[in-house]
Design a protein around this ligand. Structure first.
Ligand code: CA
Length: 419
């Protein structure tokens, strides 16, 4: 598949672009002239889908592209949404197209990505966070409990998760204030109140539900892919000192719900299919409802960068989605096995994605091993956790046989706590 050579040059579709012809993700943008519109991306440009549909290429009611979120579009179902994606690929690869010859039309449909704002792609009704990386769970269990029994007895039998907070999920490019809360220093008898001193990142991805269920229904591992629209990068910001004190016995609460960051482009499951790899060997054998067939893991190379204010970015971690112990299909089957209903736009995050090597750990807690091994930045300074005015950027890319699709960026800046 190759982009029309004239369009390829005009749209700057280069070999290292995240937005190749094989990607065709979905998002929502705004600019000086447009409040919110559905769009896709190719090379350095966004594709305004409402304007593209002025050519009547999708046989859809155009108003679906004028909504503030993609939920209504996604709810049309995969036949429609993937049909739109395939049609865009068709148009961009066509040798005879008025997208090349009609300059006015070109300018209406294609806009430079650096000249638009990307908005939240979906209205998130419910947000769930899993804990499905075996290396992450082992590291945390080793640090805080018992190295000999790092994993709790349930961990290898079910994908552990908790219900998070949807209201504070923000799109890449935002900033937020360092949270305040209760902490109990190890040497203190009573808790103290103040800004979190141990503000951390969690390198994650999230999948977005593409099809709703009714209460009482369950989605099997076999059916799960029909219910997964696509994936985004996800930073589950965490205040470790608040977390340590508050999490017993019901799990994360204020240590996690102050902010989460997502990348603006939803990469469809169809675009990700060529990057499937074999899943983790799961022993002991799981209960039948969690078993699955085929290659259901994904090879997504992940990177995290830390950029101090006015400074240079330092790569602090390299990981990969393929290190996940549980697959998205298993997570969704588990989530719904009790009859819990899901809705289009729901977001389900992977949990911190750590690999086996120390440079592959997906949180600063692990990278600095609880602050005992500070990270050296390019400017010579050190970090145990995130400082005020630091910017954290997550990137993700799939590459195989000359095909490359990227996720774009998931980026946010930490501001000092509010007075
Ligand atoms: Ca998390």
């Amino acid at each position: 598949m190759k982009v029309n050579s004239q369009l390829e040059a005009k749209l700057s579709v280069t070999p290292d672009s995240d937005f190749s012809i094989y990607n065709i993700p979905f998002g929502i943008y705004s600019d000086d002239t447009v409040q919110h519109r559905a769009c896709s991306a190719i090379g350095d440009y966004i594709i305004d889908l409402y304007e593209l549909e002025s050519l009547d290429v999708f046989d859809l009611n155009r108003s679906v592209f004028l909504q503030p979120y993609l939920n209504d579009f996604i709810a049309l179902g995969k036949t429609v949404t993937n049909g739109v994606r395939l049609k865009i690929q068709d148009l961009l690869t066509s040798e005879n197209t008025n997208l090349v010859t009609d300059e006015k039309l070109f300018k209406t449909i294609f806009k430079k990505q650096n000249q638009v704002n990307m908005l939240m792609p979906v209205k998130v009704g419910d947000y769930t966070d899993f804990y499905s990386s075996i290396d992450h769970a082992t590291n945390v269990g080793t640090m805080f409990r018992d190295p000999a029994n790092a994993l709790l007895p349930n961990w290898k039998h079910l994908p552990v998760g908790y219900h998070g907070r949807a209201s504070s999920i923000c799109v890449s490019g935002h900033s937020f204030h360092r949270p305040k809360g209760q902490q109990k220093p190890a040497d203190a008898e009573l808790p103290v109140f103040g800004p979190s001193k141990l503000l951390d990142i969690e390198l994650e991805t999230a999948f977005i539900i593409g099809k709703s269920t009714k209460m009482g229904e369950s989605v099997s591992t076999e059916q799960a892919d029909n219910y997964i629209f696509g994936m985004v990068l996800f930073n589950d910001w965490s205040a470790r000192d608040i977390q340590t004190w508050e999490y017993v016995p019901l799990g994360p609460f204020l240590a996690k719900n102050f902010a989460s960051t997502v990348s603006p482009w939803i990469i469809t499951l169809e675009a990700l299919e060529p990057f499937r790899v074999k899943g983790y060997d799961q022993n002991p054998t799981l209960l039948p409802y969690l078993q699955y067939k085929g290659q259901k893991n994904l090879d997504i190379a992940l990177e995290v960068f830390l950029t101090p204010k006015g400074g240079e970015a330092t790569k602090i971690c390299t990981s990969n989605y393929k290190y996940m112990y549980y697959t998205m299909e298993q997570q969704l089957a588990h989530h719904t096995v009790n009859g819990c209903n899901i809705n289009v736009g729901d977001m389900m995050a992977s949990g911190t994605i750590s690999g086996p090597e120390p440079h592959e750990y997906g949180s600063m807690l692990e990278l600095t091993w609880r602050g005992t091994k500070p990270i050296k930045l390019k400017d010579g300074s050190e970090r145990k956790f995130v400082n005020d005015f630091d910017t954290i950027t997550i990137k993700g890319v799939c590459e195989r046989d000359g095909i490359r699709i990227g996720f774009g960026e998931c980026k946010a800046t930490l501001l000092p706590s509010k007075d």
